[in-house]
Design a protein around this ligand. Sequence first.
Ligand SMILES: [Zn+2]
Length: 200
Amino acid sequence: MGTKVRAKVLQALLFACPHCRADRQGALVSLRRWFTLFFLPVIPLGELGRAVRCDTCRNSFDPAVLELPTGAGVAQVRSDAVRVLAALLVGAGDRTALALRASAVRTIGSLVAGYDDATLTTDLEVLDPAQAPQYVAPLADGLDLGSKERFLAELTTVAGAAGPPTPAQRQLLEQIGAALGLTPAHVAGVIATSAPGGAR
Ligand SMILES: [Zn+2]
């Protein structure tokens, strides 16, 4: 007679493993002590707690690790944000400019399969510029500084595809930069170096 701790899998999940430093398959497990008779668990003696176990490194972590954004999660949020913001930047410029539309379709199409000019037209009808910050906000925590700069630079390049950004485009880019947590000076620097003509 004795006791033994067994882990019961409650849910398989994808999480950002702190040990592997990557997205990993794992499981949320319930740790329970069992009363054993002849080494066979026969009576559950109560839950000791929960843990998240990594299928790759086999380490267990406090369930608080589930609050860390996964790389895949951030990438999805980023794609959604690029789609919405690039379309809004077309709307804030001359939406009949072919070079501007083509640049937005090319940038979004590299992330969203099948995105074309007709999809852009639909996006322009349904999107509201007031929604921009809500798409950017999750990236303020999810992206590092260099990734934020590249994100803003990519969108500035779209905005400037048919000439220098219009005041409305510039205002939107500044809003995006602020929502990313960049300072106004930093945003101005990124815009100046990514817009056509380079730093002016
Ligand atoms: Zn791991």
